[in-house]
Design a protein around this ligand. Structure first.
Ligand SMILES: *Cc1c(COP(=O)(O)O)cnc(C)c1O
Length: 390
């Protein structure tokens, strides 16, 4: 049966092909073209051996193994593991890499949930955390202690779309034997593959671009077999495995990843360029604009500038509500990376726990709106923004 087919897909296939066929052999007459959903949690076990125990919480049932092979191929990794959310992926990766007494160095520019994990949960487990301004290139080395085990960064950065240079961090990690962990949710492997730039572990919220349809929660960790296996051990006991149906939907979503992200790159570039001309907009944040502080780096390391952009309204914090109320197509909702265009205000979502001053210090002043450009016609999105801005 097709779900028993071996992972013989050649990894030299191009990414758009891998996103459809990666990890699944060419079918024989009678095979289902689409990988069947096997919702069963337990599977018949061979007698007289500890081998061959298939159980959904172990991430080794058919829909898990296929999508994990495919994601590893897309990311250029030896192995991958899919967990029940992006936060589950980050939390289990930290549980696998850090012990009480260990030290983590993190970029200051990270997702709000990750911030809480590092500020509250890891210290409660005896892990110390140092936060570094990623623009201060020497700060990483200064933060090193004898107990440092992990450097964590996010790139491109939520919600400012800043892009970090991994090369100096990778050199530092190699020199000192640390693990460089990168959350590249904003890019997806279509636009950025951190392993090619020296990262050891890549984390993605698969809730976002990888699935792309706003209908599942999942996270993925990519790296060597050995590190992925350590994360799997944590996932099994902390109970962070996804449901087969979510895995099946993720695999279906991946089939269109390449076309979706390329179209989102194009539309976001058009919306960003249009927005630079609008008098109600004080500033546009998009790595594809020459005015972006990391434009040159983004051209070098990214294959596409992404579907995420941010607009700062000239009217500041008071101007956002009327604009959001007037939008008719772009939906005011958290999350990102799907087919529907979304807008959110980080001061009420990902960065709600910070003070206005602290947010402004990391580039998110009041009046800042984050847009996730979907698959609607870019002209319709521009018309919607134009009428809402008045
Ligand atoms: C959404 C997000 C996460 C968390 O993912 P969930 O699937 O919501 O748990 C982590 N990092 C980034 C950059 C995100 O955008």
């Amino acid at each position: 049966m097709s779900d028993d087919l071996q992972p013989d897909t050649p990894s030299r296939l191009r990414r758009s092909t891998l996103s459809i066929h990666g990890g699944r052999a060419h079918g024989a007459p009678g095979d289902a073209v689409v990988q069947p959903l096997v919702q069963s949690v337990n599977h018949v076990q061979p007698v007289g051996t500890p081998e061959g125990v298939l159980y959904t919480r172990y991430a080794n049932t058919p829909n898990a193994t296929l999508v994990q092979r495919r994601l590893a191929l897309l990311e250029g990794a030896e192995a991958s593991l899919v967990l029940s959310s992006g936060m589950g992926a980050t939390a289990c990766t930290m549980l696998a890499l850090l012990r009480p007494g260990d030290h983590l160095i993190t970029s200051a520019w990270i997702y709000g949930g990750t911030r809480k994990l590092f500020d509250v949960e890891l210290p409660a487990m005896g892990v110390t955390v140092t936060t570094v301004d990623p623009t201060e290139s020497r700060a990483w080395r200064r933060a090193l202690t004898r107990n440092t085990r992990v450097i964590f960064v996010e790139s491109p950065v939520n919600p400012t779309t800043r892009v970090l240079d991994l090369r100096p961090l990778s050199a530092l990690a190699q020199e000192t034997g640390l693990a460089l962990v990168v959350d590249s949710t904003f890019a997806s492997p279509v636009n950025f593959r951190p392993l090619e730039h020296g990262a050891d572990v890549v984390i993605q919220s698969a809730t976002k671009y990888l699935n792309g349809h706003h209908d599942i929660l999942a996270g993925v960790v990519c790296g060597t077999e050995s590190v992925v296996d350590e994360v799997r051990q944590k996932m099994m006991v902390w109970g962070q495995a996804p449901d087969p149906f979510a895995l099946w939907l993720l695999e279906r979503g991946l089939k269109t990843l390449d076309v979706r992200v390329k179209r989102q790159n194009e539309s976001a570039q058009r919306v960003a360029e249009w927005a630079t001309q609008h008098p109600a907009i004080a500033r546009v944040h998009y790595p594809g604009l020459p005015s972006h502080p990391d434009h040159a780096l983004a051209r070098e390391v990214l294959d596409g500038f992404g579907g995420m952009l941010a607009l700062e309204l000239a009217g500041g914090g008071e101007a956002t509500a009327p604009v959001l109320e007037r939008l008719r197509l772009i939906t005011h909702a958290p999350s990102l990376g799907g087919v529907d265009s979304l807008v959110s205000e980080p001061r009420y979502t990902s960065h709600a726990a910070m003070t206005a001053d602290a947010r402004a210090a990391i580039g998110i002043p009041d009046g800042f709106l984050r847009f996730s450009i979907g698959l609607e016609d870019a002209d319709d999105l521009i018309d919607d923004l134009a009428q809402a801005l008045g």
